[in-house]
Design a protein around this ligand. Structure first.
Ligand SMILES: [Zn+2]
Length: 295
């Protein structure tokens, strides 16, 4: 059988699988090599890819900013990843066509083509995890922008984040208070103690006030940002995904309240839903994007 092999390169894990439409088979996962970065990661990815038979093309979803198959910038989670020409290096090693795009862009395309946004001509996907990313997808194609940066929802200014440093080095961006790490930091500022996401969720379920307030403030502020983006972009549906989207009701309630507070009347019926593809979304989206791009 001839198949598209999708590879999702993240800061902690590299996943691969054969993708046929919305189905992923023969999924494998390896740890992203810590330390030496590209020197060790690329050979590991090539070995992983070579373990599959009958691959006709490779579709990559990668952490970082991707322009024309090249990683133009990446976080410290994958050292030395910036500068890697994914498409050229994998294409040469495997002798098949390779397409690559950012992992959040791929996630958005996955939800738009085979996930909860299927059937909507346009969608805004917001991924809330350690950071906050996003993808505005129209007719199966993500808006990538002139520098591959389009969709960086986490780096929008919000008053509640004033004077708090963001992962990008600027101050006042929503990611600094509403991402998983941002809410953990807010909890620590309020109490002097560290909590994981699940621990904060449990405390919120138990109606303990520091966790409830942190989840409420982060959720409400992010809801306002998503409402503002909806006013500007008018997507058919908004998909919220990522590890924080699995958070408890108080976070979702606050998110919906913030959204309702910011949304303009003509777009206030826009569905705001949880993503449904999970970890497979970037694999499915990368393959779908390769099809659209190569068509
Ligand atoms: Zn930022």
């Amino acid at each position: 059988m001839m198949s598209t092999l999708s590879i999702d390169i993240g800061g902690t894990k590299i996943r691969a699988g054969l993708v046929d439409g919305g189905a992923v088979t023969e999924m494998q996962s390896i740890e992203t090599a810590p330390g030496p970065g590209e020197d060790e990661i690329m050979p590991a990815i090539i070995r992983l890819a070579q373990s599959y038979d009958g691959v006709t093309d490779v579709a990559v979803a990668s952490a970082g900013v991707i322009v024309d198959g090249v990683v133009t910038s990446a976080t410290d989670l994958i050292p030395n990843w910036a500068g890697t020409n994914i498409a050229a290096e994998l294409g040469t090693a495997l002798d098949v066509p390779v397409t690559a795009l950012g992992d959040v862009h791929a996630h958005g395309v996955g939800e738009a083509t085979y996930g909860v946004a299927k059937g909507y001509p346009s969608s805004l996907t917001v991924a809330v995890g350690t950071g906050i990313g996003g993808a505005f997808v129209v007719d199966g194609k993500p808006m990538i922008g002139e520098h591959g940066v389009a969709g960086h929802v986490g780096h929008i200014s919000h008053g509640a984040a004033a004077n708090i440093e963001c992962s990008c080095g600027r101050f006042g961006h929503i990611e600094a208070i509403a991402s998983g790490s941002g809410m953990a930091a807010a909890y620590e500022r309020a109490t002097g103690e560290h909590r994981s996401g699940p621990e904060m969720d449990q405390e919120a379920i138990d109606r303990k006030s520091p966790a409830l307030k942190v989840l409420h403030d982060g959720g409400f502020a992010l809801g306002e940002v998503i409402g503002s983006l909806t006013n500007a972009l008018d997507p058919g549906i908004i998909v919220v995904t990522g590890s924080v989207s699995r958070a408890v009701d108080p976070w979702w309630q606050a998110l919906r309240c913030g959204f309702a507070a910011a949304i303009m009347d003509p777009v206030n019926k826009t569905p705001l839903v949880k993503g449904e593809l999970g970890d497979e979304a970037p694999l499915i989206g990368a393959a779908a994007y390769a099809k659209v791009k190569n068509a």
